[in-house]
Design a protein around this ligand. Sequence first.
Ligand code: TXA
Ligand code: MG
Length: 322
Amino acid sequence: MAIQTQDIEKAVAALNEGKLVAIPTETVYGLAAKATLPEAVSQIFKVKNRPASNPLILHFPNLEAALPYIKKPSQDVLKLSETFWPGPLTLLLEKSDLVPDIVTAGSGRVAIRVPDHTLTLKLLEKLNAPIAAPSANPSGYISPTLPLHVENQLGQQIPLILDGGPCSRGIESTILGWNETNDPVIYRMGTITPEAIKKCIKRLPKILDSEGKKVEAPGMLSKHYAPKTPTLITDHLSAAIKLHSDKKLGIIRSLPGKSELPVFKEFILSSTGEFEEVARNLYEKMHEMDQLSVDLMIIETVPDEGVGIAINDRLRRAASVK
Ligand code: TXA
Ligand code: MG
């Protein structure tokens, strides 16, 4: 069992000793190591069972702290950081020599962000070094949005969880970079939308969303953010429930409603269908349903617009067949 604490000093001490600490952010809990200690960072890959070819995001308390770790930032980067940080936007930028190779898996670009969580911002200030942190789940499983999720999945393998309560955003950050022709590209959708980015830098980023593809060896399968329970996603719940009515069903609805046919368990993600609320509750309800030993989890998709695109992206990955 990991110790759950709100004591930042304990977390700083553990990180300085090269230990791993689960940390809260506004998106999901991260599995943190002090980024300047390659031996500590290597533990992240072991504990998560993550391929060494999959690079990690560096977390900073503000842009100034990140400057030594990147090449001179462009005007767009300055604008974006001013507008969205602290917040769920990760920027993929040319790295400086200070970034250990193990963090970027040998790539010349480093992913950086400033998380919007008071405890973790204080932790970063006190540590006085960047934190490397992927989501604090075993590779391929649903990301944690509560200390309990981290404890259930990794509690045996890490000493400390910094308890910052539930994550306010609930899904992973938007990842933005620039391609060879210097066009903005979104590599992973999140709660910061292409439209919001366009408002800031006057250019609409393309959505590439290569997450999962590039990190996999040929022949590996793209199951990500996935529960153990077989999972189906649909925009037509009642038909899906009818079709599978012979099974012990767990239903996750984006909007209030109730199945006409008997189902084992039904969760509702939002009272209004507001995407932010759906995103905030999604992983928590998936974790909860995954504990209930249902035969099939059926999750309702949302309209494919704005933050809905990121939600549906996570749903598709959760449901993709192994
Ligand atoms: O919201 C988040 O971003 C959370 C919190 C903890 O900050 N972190 C997170 O990390 O989702 P992770 O490792 O689960 O997902 C990061 C994604 C991975 O798909 C990784 O391949 C990509 O970012 N990535 C990280 N560094 C990269 C780099 N240098 N080049 C390309 N992709 C990178
Ligand atoms: Mg992850």
